[in-house]
Write a protein that binds this ligand. Structure first.
Ligand code: KIV
Ligand code: ZN
Length: 532
């Protein structure tokens, strides 16, 4: 095992090492004899607010950046790259505000090795500057129109200038993986001698394979003692694998983005790397893993980039099980089909209904809902769930409620019913809704505003039920079933009260009505739940 080359990174979270050996990860027992130089701990530098924001279509307000920075700090990310101050006045203000929040995470600003960039970063009061410049001949000739000598001069002078101003420096030779190895070694040595404490090696356009990355980092380590860091892009879907290969070769830090956001196909995903390190390598990151799902959700909401259900760790399906055989295995012993507990990353394991569901899973779901079906009723419920699934429809919790109540012959009215809804929207007004609900037979009226007709309608409902049926909207998905402006909207929601989560769905030609109906269905099911 490689000894850590620097013992004091100076980060607040240095001592927050969890003992991973007592965590339950159900991994392969096969341990081949492979030569690896694994460090004891890997530092994560999160660049969601810089590289992540460079993703086309993603942009945050200053307040949103601050919210994300607070969340990353709660997640105990050691370093947060808050932005690239020279890009705009707003960016400068955001980085400065984040640097002055008093967070435990070390706040980093990006700069080219230019006096103007470094001065702007220094103006932001950051203790740590990440200096980068391209080193590949491709970029030197076809992008910067300069020479290796000039890149070398700027690198050294830039780092020395920043160091003279009392900040810590990390250096990135951009496009390192397409840089001539001889020149890369020379410039890394020069950057270390100039005062860089971490050498970050970017696979800027994601060209590496894991095996080649391993050899690349090994080769570079022959020339420098300074700790190495990996920064990968996901152009060929290998960012996590190549970052881990760098760690196998002794890299002590990985640059990551929440949800793998970033330029083009994105950066290395924080979630994938953190959990792979923990489960596959038993390497600590110091993260508060239980905050992972919450962090992913916040970034989804603020970036507007929602993860597909199959996304590892944080996707809706990462800990959801439908198929009968799997659910049977899971209920017998969780490790059969879950390699880690969902709670470890702040999620919940879920059994879902559908055409592949078996009786064990459906029995678990309906008993969790508070029903006690007989064996025969259970068979009938399973039959109906499967035939609904066969129509190609997603079977939500709300559907399962309806099927079960029907078969158990339970006639129970919804407690909250919509009587009237009026929504006003337009180009010069704040979208506003007024709603009349019947709640346990009593008429209740309320109104709400929002950033659109759906938002205002849901807020109006919230205002009416406030205090007795508070819920949070965990998921909201709308699909247009047909094309054109008269498309039929198919809305699926997940609503939550305490730790109870219910999915519900509605289809309507009117997008607002589809949304309201889905929410009311979910809410009524929450209100029905035993113990709710
Ligand atoms: O991908 C890249 O090369 C970068 C550098 C700024 C480190 O993001
Ligand atoms: Zn990058």
């Amino acid at each position: 095992m490689l000894k850590l080359l620097i013992t004091d990174h100076g980060f607040a979270y240095e001592n927050l090492v969890q003992d991973l050996s007592d965590k339950e990860f159900y991994m392969s027992d096969y341990v081949p004899e492979i030569e690896m130089s694994l460090p004891e701990k890997v530092w994560l530098l999160d660049t969601t607010l810089r590289d992540g924001e460079q993703m086309p279509g993603v942009t945050y307000t200053i307040d949103e950046k601050i919210l994300i920075a607070h969340q990353l700090d709660e997640l105990r990310v050691p370093k947060i790259e808050a932005g690239f101050p020279i890009t705009s006045r707003g960016e400068t203000e955001a980085v400065k505000k984040i640097a002055n929040l008093g967070l435990d995470s070390t706040i980093v600003a990006l700069a080219r090795p230019l006096k103007s960039d470094i001065d702007r970063a220094l103006d932001c009061d950051v203790p740590y500057i990440h200096i980068f410049i391209s080193t590949s001949d491709l970029h030197i000739e076809h992008m910067m129109n300069t020479t290796r000598e000039e890149v070398m001069r700027q690198t050294v002078e830039g780092i020395e200038y920043a160091k003279d101003h009392g900040v810590r420096v990390e250096y990135s030779p951009q496009d390192a993986t397409r840089t001539d190895m001889g020149f890369l070694k020379q410039i890394c040595v020069a950057a270390s001698e100039a005062g860089a404490e971490m050498l970050n090696i970017p696979d800027t356009v994601g060209v590496m394979t894991p095996r080649v990355t391993y050899e690349f980092f090994k080769e570079l380590k022959k020339a420098v003692d300074t700790p190495l860091s990996a920064h990968a892009h996901n152009d060929l879907g290998q960012a996590t694998a190549t970052s881990l290969a760098a760690v196998e070769a002794g890299a002590e830090q990985i640059h990551v983005c929440v949800n793998g956001l970033g330029e083009r196909a994105g950066n290395t995903s924080l979630e994938e790397v953190a959990l792979s390190l923990a489960a596959q390598y038993e390497i600590e990151t110091g993260l508060n893993y239980q905050k992972i799902a919450e962090t992913s959700r916040l970034v989804e909401q603020l970036s507007g980039v929602y993860m597909p259900p199959s996304t590892p760790i944080v996707g809706d399906n990462a800990f959801s099980h439908e198929a009968g055989i799997h659910v049977h295995g899971l209920l017998g012993f969780r490790g059969n089909y879950e390699i880690m507990s969902a709670e470890f990353v702040g999620k919940k394991s879920r059994v879902v209904a559908g055409k592949h569901a078996g009786r064990h899973g459906i029995f678990k779901m309906v008993t969790d809902m508070g029903f006690e079906p007989s064996e025969e009723q259970l068979r009938a419920i399973a039959r109906e769930v499967k035939s609904l699934g066969d129509t190609g429809k997603l079977v939500t919790d709300s559907d399962l409620y309806a099927i079960t109540k029907n078969i158990l012959d339970i006639r129970q009215e919804d407690r909250v019913k919509l009587q009237q809804l009026l929504v006003v929207t337009g180009n010069n007004i704040v979208p506003t809704a007024s709603v009349t609900l019947s709640v346990d037979g009593n008429e209740m009226i309320g109104s709400g505003t929002g950033n659109g007709p759906i938002d205002s309608a849901i807020n109006a409902i919230r205002n009416v039920v406030n205090g007795f049926a508070d819920f949070t909207l965990e998921k909201f998905m709308m699909k247009a079933i047909t094309g054109g402006t008269d498309a039929v909207a198919d809305v699926t929601v997940a609503v939550k009260q305490g730790d109870k989560l219910i999915t519900a769905n509605s289809v309507n030609g009117d997008t607002v009505m589809a949304s309201v109906e889905a929410i009311l269905k979910g809410m009524n099911r929450l209100l029905e739940k035993k113990g709710a």
